[in-house]
Ligand binder design. Structure first.
Ligand code: LMR
Length: 397
């Protein structure tokens, strides 16, 4: 038979946790797996700004015809402004363009196929560790995938190791950097670190690809864009993948963009023609709804303010959960050991727990997290921090 030789691959380690958690009947369970924000009620809410925009769309939308290869034009403009700043000189010089993609993951895949097609022979360098899907997306597109050190076995940022390796990267290769809220570790570069990375990128003529999936979840919407804007101002060329999954809460609506910064307006048109071609072969045209929602919000000052307040509330809640967990671990003599949870940024924390400890947390306490020890802090129930701390203390004993 045709399919006889086909074996089974393991399920996705992150998405698989969603299923395992849902099947667990323990009412005291904790979901620290997939990167999804939960509010004080344990729900992943639809943002008010999104609901209002959706109501407007239901009333005003007149057609479901295809949107073009680059997607919703107002969305593209809104995202460029959000990421680069409305006063960016790149926007004034027409050197920047956004192509709407199905989520940030779609933007990554588009970048992968674009690099494979238009920059053949270029390898890509990923942080070690990184989001596991980075590894498979670029490999699937046929790129040679290599790594630079990021967080070592001591669970600390290894900036010197990172810079030393970047200094050896072959000229022209692509370096994937996380703009903020590094996934999976939560350790971010300081401004000074970023400046040092920029110098190497410049001197070795590397092409940076900045993955920007968590704008607003680290230090604020503007603050989190600092490194992206530094690179965009300093370099003639840059790729940025932007996601609306987290900051607009549009997870299932698959809304994102690949932003290209080119040396001049003419070159941008060349590149965009290639991106439209690649995208056509991947998904033809992007889904409309999420981008229409984002365009509606970003195009209306009142909705935009409401949305920015909601993002800030999510950010502050995550920051409080971080300090709350460190505090709850204190009485167990673990405050110092897990102090890094308070320093890390965004949804994720590389806790430093071993795969065996993670397994015991799941088996003995129904606490679900990725086997690497990555915990989604945004999934913690604030009313049960003590219970979580007790469980962690038990597996650390
Ligand atoms: C995560 O890392 O948990 C999120 O980015 C969700 C996903 O698709 O893996």
């Amino acid at each position: 038979m045709h399919f006889d030789a086909i074996g089974r691959v393991p399920g996705d380690p992150i998405l698989g946790l969603m299923e395992a958690y849902a099947l667990d009947s323990n009412p005291r369970k904790f979901d620290l797996g997939v990167g999804v924000y939960k509010d004080a009620q344990g729900l992943t809410p639809i943002l008010q700004a999104v609901k209002l925009a959706e109501q407007r769309l239901v009333e005003q939308q007149t057609t479901k015809t295809y949107i073009g290869g680059h997607g919703n034009v107002a969305f593209g403009k809104g995202i460029n402004d959000l990421v680069l700043g409305a006063d960016s000189k790149l926007i004034a010089e027409q050197r920047v363009g956004a192509t709407q993609t199905p989520g940030g993951t779609g933007a990554l895949r588009l970048s992968a196929d674009f690099i494979a097609r238009c920059l053949p022979g270029r390898g890509i360098w990923l942080s070690n560790p990184t989001w596991p899907i980075h590894e498979t997306i670029y490999a699937a597109a046929g790129l040679k995938v290599s790594h630079y050190p990021y967080v070592g076995s001591d669970n600390r940022l290894d900036i010197e190791g990172m810079l030393a390796t970047l200094n050896q990267v072959p000229k022209g290769d692509v370096v994937l950097l996380h703009a903020c809220c590094h996934n999976p570790t939560g350790f971010d570069l300081s401004h000074d670190d970023w400046r040092r990375v920029l110098e190497i990128v410049r001197s070795r003529e590397l092409l940076p690809l900045i993955d920007f999936a968590y704008q607003g979840f680290g230090d604020g919407l503007e603050q989190d864009a600092w490194a992206v804007r530094l690179f965009a101002e300093a370099l003639p060329e840059l790729l940025i993948t932007s996601s609306c999954s987290k900051n607009f809460g549009l997870y299932c609506d698959r809304t994102g963009a690949l932003i290209v910064c080119a040396a001049d307006a003419e070159k941008l048109l060349d590149i965009r023609s290639q991106l439209a071609f690649v995208a056509r072969n991947l998904w033809s045209t992007p889904p409309d709804h999420g981008a229409a929602v984002v365009a509606t919000i970003l195009g209306d000052p009142e909705l935009k303010n409401l949305w920015a307040d909601e993002v800030e509330a999510m950010r502050l809640r995550i920051a409080q959960l971080r300090s709350g967990l460190v505090e709850a671990l204190g009485p167990h003599g673990l405050g110092e050991r897990f102090a890094h949870i308070g320093v890390q940024r965004g949804m994720f924390s590389y806790t430093g727990l071993t795969p065996t400890q993670v397994q015991r947390l799941r088996e003995n306490h129904s606490v679900y997290m990725v086997s690497s020890g990555r915990a989604n802090v945004a999934g913690i129930d604030a009313t049960r921090l003590d219970l979580l701390a007790e469980a962690i203390a038990e597996v650390c004993a």
